[in-house]
Write a new protein. Sequence first.
Length: 694
Amino acid sequence: MDSMELLYQYAWLVPVLPLIGAAVVGTGLVSYSQATNKLRQASAIFIVSLTGMAMVFSFLIFWSQVQGHPAYTQMFEWASAGDFRIEMGYTVDHLASLMLVIVTTVAFLVMIYTDGYMSHDPGYVRFYAYLSLFSSSMLGLVISPNLLQVYVFWELVGMCSYLLIGFWYNRKPAADACQKAFVTNRVGDFGLLLGILGLFWATGSFEFDIMGERLTELVNVGSLAPSIAAIFAVLVFLGPVAKSAQFPLHVWLPDAMEGPTPISALIHAATMVAAGVFLVARMYPVFEEIPTVMNVIAYTGAFTAFMGASIAITQNDIKKGLAYSTMSQLGYMVMAMGVGAYSAGLFHLMTHAYFKAMLFLGSGSVIHGMEAVVGHDPVLAQDMRLMGGLRKYMPVTAITFLIGTLAICGIPPFAGFWSKDEILGATFAASPVLWAVGWLTAGITAFYMFRMYFSTFEGEFRGNDEGIRSDLKRAQLQKMGLSLGPGAMNPQELTLDADDHGHDDHDHHHAHEPHESPLSMVFPLVALAVPSVLVGLVGTPFANYFEAFIHPPSEVFDAAEAAEAFDLSEFALMAGSSVAIATVGIIVAVLMYRTKAIDPKAIAAKIPFLYNLSLNKWYVDDIYEVVFVQGSRKLAKQVLEIDIRIVDGLVNLAGFVTLITGEGLKYLENGRAQFYALIVFGAVLGLVLLSGVT
């Protein structure tokens, strides 16, 4: 047996290795909590090494797929009853091998970064166990051969996100955020489950290709109405809508920022949100034959892309701004899938995973530096109004953040340019209206990303400005009411990593200026900067190696034909227009936030409606609060009233009647025979009289 076959036979080790790490450390935490918490460095090295092994394994598998090794599937029977059989196993094809590489590389770098970021946190070991389980769940999802197994790992990913977003569960915002993420995802997952059951009912299979073929056949011969097939497919799409934060189930993503920054990077780049786009890609054989569903997917993506970008413009919290940016970029990927640009959507998934992970880890580095100045208050440490001028204190963070910013803005030759341009080109061919939305969004993206960069790294440092600080505290107290007691500021619940020296909880002024982060945090930033610059070159339109590797399962890709189809003038027009709008966005950001030639406050004052719409996140959260949160509470109160008055009332009435009749009848039971004879005589007399009357 050659080494290649051996590699595929043991491919299941990729998700199992991080799972072993999580299981060993998790068992230690449950059984020998104090001892395991003391083995901080050992636990971290153990988990990072296992993830590193999974990463090496993933690269070997990916390389053999690039070399042309056929797809490999290993199955075993999991359950059977009569004709009904469920098979589980794993599959390694082009899409799976690419996703394995993305997930393991980002997870590996995030884990290294975690050592520096969480170094003083009491939950350091627990955090590593969760991270490892999260990575394992996503890797399991990626190699799942059928829809049922995808659903199992899909739920595991959701559970891990709940644990990680609510990692600092003593803080109310974190506890609320993980519940919000969990409940929102339940809505989408319920749709997904109904869709899976519906498709199984119609086609009798959980396999992606077989479902697609049989569904098309059933619709063509008329045994299944096209509308029913479309409903099943849209229900399945509800799963990715929640996981990939598409409108209207996007509300959990910005709140997920309450988790520690490394998990924000992992959720937003390689695991949770990537799962949604990945499932759309896997379900392509089903979706592509149903035009209605493709339109729903495309328009959902386009609207989400625009909405996310429009909200990001006014965000002052550096992580919230990046969260809405993720929502917007995911909109691009989903739109690409909807217009049939399968490989373009996955190409953007890959490039975005690297530069967004770098941007998030960069924001964590900034927060780490800011905590040295403002103390362990997440509101102050993450607010861009208190930053500025950080480039001279944190040069590596600033340079890598700038690279990520240029990549997401689609400036050539950075990675984001090639993938975003390919999406816009394909969208223009399918629908000029959707292209216009995507094109406009590209300009807004460039504006808000450079607003973020200038506010954070350029100009004067504002961290010691007491005026701004007290304004922010006052606004925070007004916004949160009484929920912001001293407990929410307890440094034990937050990352205790601002300073390497011992510090007093009450002393918020550790230093007068921020400092560069330690090597364990800087190294992942530099490592991620490399693919953020170069990875786009595998998907250039004149030699698209990426598309040759990841073309849709239903198409045969001909490289020579693709090279002939490339039209330089068309490329120049499309690329030129997208770079032009991005440049406009950057220039406006420079004028507003660098040279201060335009006053953003004056513009906000002129268009208060639009400004407030963006600042209040299009009021979607407020509507949900009134309709669902308060609505369900009112409903619960009314149900409680019915329960107390009617249900309990009937039960209590039955008891009361029994009690009264029992009390009354006990006087008739006195044990005297003549008394009983008298009652019998009376009863007979009564009956005689009654019969006489009738």
